[in-house]
Design a protein around this ligand. Sequence first.
Ligand SMILES: CC(C)(COP(=O)(O)OP(=O)(O)OC[C@H]1O[C@@H](n2cnc3c(N)ncnc32)[C@H](O)[C@@H]1OP(=O)(O)O)[C@@H](O)C(=O)NCCC(=O)NCCS
Length: 168
Amino acid sequence: MSPLIQPSKRGTHLTPDPRARVCEDDDDSQVLLQRSSSLCRRQSRPSHRNIMGKVEGQGESWHGHVTAVTVAPEYRRQQLAKKLMNLLEDISDNIDKAFFVDLFVRASNAPAIKMYEKLGYVIYRRVLRYYSGEEDGLDMRKALSRDVEKKSIIPLKRPVTPDELEYD
Ligand SMILES: CC(C)(COP(=O)(O)OP(=O)(O)OC[C@H]1O[C@@H](n2cnc3c(N)ncnc32)[C@H](O)[C@@H]1OP(=O)(O)O)[C@@H](O)C(=O)NCCC(=O)NCCS
């Protein structure tokens, strides 16, 4: 386990290190949100469902980011990913006071795109050759309650290239 992370009891809580937060829901699902893109780590405890994310950005770009979400094949279509996503969104909204949650997904990953759309995400922009300089990525976003005018999810009119992405 990362030295930044303290053992957690059930329920959301802050760790002593302000950059790290580990949460568990009542089903023992884990969410790790860290306040630095360079410090994103995953829990060492193996699980059949995992989500990893962070909060980042400046001003109205302050947002929760889903770094990875996976469910083992034999546990899929049991609403587990939905539950993990809801937990991360809840933390981003109510604790970190972020304006939106975003994620990147391969343009060919139809099951994941379907899931994100069902959860209320929209395609904010296409990032050309985002994956290994080959496949396009979709930057999908969901506005949180702090973004009252839903400005963060107004789709860009043109695709962008990876060098146009802001990494803050
Ligand atoms: C994408 C993934 C995380 C979904 O996990 P899951 O626990 O099966 O998803 P859920 O059961 O919570 O699905 C919620 C909803 O998403 C949609 N959905 C999920 N998987 C789907 C699929 N294969 N095809 C179509 N829709 C799907 C459905 O609407 C589903 O609701 P329903 O089952 O009531 O119809 C899982 O398939 C996975 O780990 N895939 C490999 C890793 C991956 O692609 N991660 C995303 C990278 S960005």
